[in-house]
Design a protein around this ligand. Structure first.
Ligand code: ADP
Ligand code: MG
Length: 315
């Protein structure tokens, strides 16, 4: 059995009359990187702030490390590292001093703290900027400092709220690698983002939220399968006969076939080895295949399909 680090049950949050969390329930298991994926305004930060007891919610319950989370749960909070969406560092302190300050809130021993601060600097790759002030850092480097400040005390649970918004690709890769490293060292991680490709790359499990509702959850494979999304294959093949096209239409898992300009386009419903079976069939019938593309669905396809359904349901 997986140990549950977080248990959220039927969380409801209103801002005035506006219901922004609509009875959210989910768990986070020890050792996983959970991706909370949703468009802007879907309720990711609100969920995080409720989770941390920074925001009062209307109903529901939140347990962290098996205990109810309250604003006075100091022992729980000591074991959580948070990286907020908006950078929060001291302008008058250097990179080193900033991290040392935040680490000092948790780690009293000076030598140990020095070790932890240096490890955090290493983790986010700020070694060359130790004496820089925040104003001297680019947006990406500032984000990395923000992360180092949030994680240097080696918390068991790390929550990152959109840590890569508007950062350059190099910093983004650095940040994603750093998060993987923190996880491999034992931290459980919640990662919010509206970038599909990040959760595909990083997360063991994904929860997709839209307008304060969970619309899908599971591994990326499970989520993609749950909507029966298709594999799309394009093959350049000259002179394919109508007879063979008819046969392809009847092949296993084939949903849709079209053929024009010597390009054969086939959509598969699901299953394995679809492309191989198709190519074998063409080869057996003496066709020469060139320029083969196979596109698997992305989470972006899933999100579009799901939210379209939502919209239709609401109309
Ligand atoms: P996300 O982090 O997914 O972008 P948020 O949790 O910040 O979304 O916001 C969810 C919804 O709550 C949005 O519609 C937003 O406009 C609204 N909201 C967020 N903060 C406040 C606030 N302080 N007062 C009123 N409405 C808010
Ligand atoms: Mg947010």
């Amino acid at each position: 059995m997986n140990k549950k680090i977080i248990e959220i049950k039927k969380l409801v949050k209103y801002y005035g009359k506006n219901k922004v969390l609509n009875s959210l329930s989910f768990d986070v298991n020890e050792g996983e990187i959970l991706g909370l994926l949703g468009p802007n305004g879907s309720g990711k930060s609100t969920t995080i702030n409720c989770l941390l007891s920074l925001l009062k919610f209307n109903s529901g319950s939140i347990k962290i490390f098996g205990e109810e989370m309250t604003p006075e749960s100091y022992e729980i909070k000591r074991n959580i590292g948070v990286v907020f969406q908006n950078v929060a560092v001291f302008d008058e302190l250097t990179v080193y001093e900033n991290i040392n300050y935040f680490c000092g809130l948790y780690i009293n021993d000076k030598d140990l703290r020095k070790k932890y601060v240096m490890e955090a600097i290493e983790l986010v790759g700020l070694n060359d900027f130790i004496k820089f002030y925040p104003k001297q850092l680019s947006g990406g480097l500032l984000r990395r400092l923000n992360i180092a400040c949030g994680v240097s005390h080696k918390p068991k649970l790390i929550i990152l709220d959109e840590p890569t918004v508007a950062v350059d690709p190099q910093s983004r890769n650095n940040i994603l690698d750093g998060i993987k490293k923190l996880n491999s060292m034992g931290a459980t991680i919640i990662y919010t983002t509206h970038y599909m490709e990040e959760v595909e790359q990083l997360c063991n499990r994904i929860i997709i939220i839209d307008k304060g509702n969970i619309i899908a959850s599971g591994t990326k494979e499970e989520i993609k399968e749950s909507i029966g999304i298709k594999e799309k294959v394009t093959v350049k093949v000259d002179g394919l006969s109508n007879e063979h096209i008819e046969k392809i239409i009847k092949m296993k898992n084939v949903e849709h076939v079209s053929y024009s300009d010597n390009n054969l386009y086939v959509e598969f419903s699901n299953g394995n080895h679809n492309l191989l079976n198709l190519l074998d069939y063409l080869k057996d019938n003496k066709y020469k295949c060139e320029k083969i593309f196979s596109e698997l669905p992305t989470l972006n396809d899933v999100f579009l399909e799901l939210t379209e359904k939502e919209l239709r349901d609401n109309v």
